[in-house]
Design a protein around this ligand. Structure first.
Ligand code: MLT
Length: 398
C-alpha cells in the first residue's frame, strides 16, 4: 500500500479560487436568470494586444513549415525571449544575466515548485494576508510556517524583526491581496535582514506593472545586495493578459550560493536548472513568440493602455467605497481593492451576502490568511460595463 503525503490532510478541502468557483456554480445553477458579475479571481477580460496576436500568428506559421518547425525548445526558454526580459529589467533599473532567466508557465507554478530546492526543516516566514499558494505549497511539503502579520497598523507592509529567525522569506509586492507596495528603503531593510541571517527572499513581483508611483521599486534587484539573497517571480498574466495563454519567468541569480550541511557551496541557480530540466519541458514556441512581443516598444505601449483601462476600473470601485464611507486600500499600485467588510461581518458571510443580494462575486479576505478574516477583495480586471454595474448594485445594497 502506498504511504500517502498526509500533509494534504492539513489543507483546506479546496484551493481558494476553486472554492469560490464551486460556490458560484451552485448559485448560478439555482438562479439561472440572475446575472452574476465576477470580480473575484484576478482574471483579465481584455484581449491580448495586437502586437502579441501578430507574433502568435507568426509562431503558428513557423510550425506549419518544415524549414522553421520547432520541436522541444531550449530547457529554460528561447534566447529571443530571455534576452527581451534582460532588457526589460535594465529598463527597470536592475541588471540581470540571461542565464539567470527561466521562462515558465507562470508565477503560480514557480512559487510552488521552488519549494523543491529547500529542505524540510527551514524556518519559513510568510506574510498574512497573502497569495495562498505560498502557504498551501509549504503545508503540502510538511513545513512549519511563521506568519508575518500585515494589518492596518503597519499599512499591510510587515517589516523584519531581528529577534525572529528565518531561512526563507516570502514577499509579494505590490501585495496580493492588499495592494500595499514596499518602497526602496523598506525593501532594503528586508534585503539587509536576509543577508545578515543568511536567508533567501522569494519575491513575487507579479503585479509590478501596476506600480504608478515612480519611486517604488518594480524589482527587488533594484536594491543593492538583492542578487545575493533573492529569487524573483514574475508573470505576464496581469502585465499582458496571459492568464489563459500562460507565460511567466523566474530570476535565479548566480550569486545565490548557500552552504550544504557538509559545508559545500550549492548554487540555487544550478539547482533550479537541474530541477526545471528534469521536471519541466518548457513553454510552447508559439506562446514564447507572443511573450517576446510584449517586450517590444509597440507591445509595451499596448499593455500600458490595457493596464490604464483596469486602473480606471479600480478608481470606479474606490470611488464607490469612498461614497459609502468605507475605508479601502490598494487600487493605486495594484489591480486589487481591499476593504473591511461592513457591519463587522466575517468575509465568507459577506461573500454570501454579496452573491445572494447583488450577484457580485468577490474574494473573501479569510482566503488569504487569518488577518483577512474581516476584509474583502475586489478586482479591477472586469469589463468597464460590469464594473460600473457591480458598483451600482453595491451602492444600492450597502
Ligand atoms: C488572484 O486572483 O489572486 C490571482 O489571479 C490568482 C493567480 O494569479 O493565480
Amino acid at each position: 500500500m502506498p504511504k500517502l503525503n498526509e500533509n494534504f490532510i492539513k489543507l483546506n478541502e479546496n484551493y481558494l479560487f476553486s472554492e469560490i468557483a464551486q460556490r458560484v456554480n451552485t448559485y448560478t445553477a439555482a438562479n439561472p436568470d440572475k446575472k452574476v458579475i465576477r470580480l473575484g479571481i484576478g482574471d483579465v477580460t481584455l484581449p491580448l494586444g495586437p502586437a502579441v496576436i501578430t507574433s502568435l500568428h507568426e509562431g503558428v506559421d513557423a510550425l506549419a513549415d518544415a524549414k522553421t518547425f520547432k520541436g522541444y525548445g531550449p530547457d529554460f526558454g528561447y534566447a529571443f525571449l530571455r534576452s527581451a526580459i534582460v532588457s526589460y529589467y535594465q529598463h527597470n533599473g536592475a541588471s540581470i544575466d540571461i542565464d539567470e532567466v527561466f521562462v515558465s508557465d507562470g508565477a503560480k507554478s514557480d512559487t510552488g515548485n521552488i519549494t523543491d530546492l529547500f529542505g524540510a526543516d527551514n524556518a519559513i516566514l510568510i506574510p498574512d494576508p497573502v497569495y495562498p499558494v505560498y502557504v498551501d505549497t509549504n503545508i503540502m511539503s510538511g513545513r512549519t510556517i511563521t506568519y508575518l502579520d500585515a494589518n492596518e497598523e503597519n499599512n499591510f507592509l510587515p517589516m523584519p524583526d531581528h529577534n525572529v529567525h528565518a531561512d526563507i522569506i516570502y514577499l509579494c509586492s505590490p501585495n496580493n491581496p492588499t495592494g500595499a507596495a514596499y518602497n526602496k528603503e523598506q525593501l532594503k531593510a528586508w534585503v539587509d535582514y536576509a543577508l545578515t541571517n543568511d536567508a533567501v527572499i522569494l519575491y513575487d513581483s507579479a503585479y509590478e506593472c501596476f506600480i504608478t508611483d515612480e519611486t517604488l521599486p518594480r524589482s527587488i534587484y533594484a536594491i543593492s545586495g538583492a542578487k545575493r539573497c533573492a529569487i524573483e517571480f514574475c508573470s505576464l498574466s496581469k502585465t499582458a493578459g496571459f492568464t489563459g495563454t500562460r507565460c511567466g519567468y523566474t530570476i535565479v541569480p548566480k550569486e545565490l550560493n548557500f552552504a550544504s550541511s557538509t559545508g559545500v557551496a550549492l548554487s540555487l541557480n544550478a539547482m533550479w536548472r537541474r530541477r526545471q530540466s528534469t521536471k519541466f519541458n518548457g513553454v510552447s514556441y508559439i506562446v514564447q513568440k507572443g511573450a517576446a512581443a510584449v517586450f517590444s516598444a509597440e507591445g509595451m505601449a499596448q499593455c500600458r493602455e490595457t493596464i490604464k483601462y483596469y486602473q480606471i476600473n479600480a478608481g470606479i470601485i474606490a470611488d464607490t467605497l469612498a461614497r459609502k464611507n468605507m475605508t479601502y486600500f490598494g487600487g493605486v499600485n495594484s489591480p486589487y481593492i481591499w476593504f473591511k467588510c461592513p457591519n463587522q461581518m466575517d468575509s465568507w458571510s459577506f461573500f454570501d451576502y454579496l452573491l445572494n443580494n447583488a450577484q457580485i462575486v468577490g474574494t473573501p479576505g479569510a482566503g488569504f490568511g487569518r488577518n483577512g478574516q474581516n476584509y474583502f477583495r475586489l478586482t479591477s480586471f472586469g469589463s468597464r460595463e460590469n464594473t460600473i454595474q457591480a458598483m451600482e448594485r453595491l451602492e444600492t445594497l450597502l
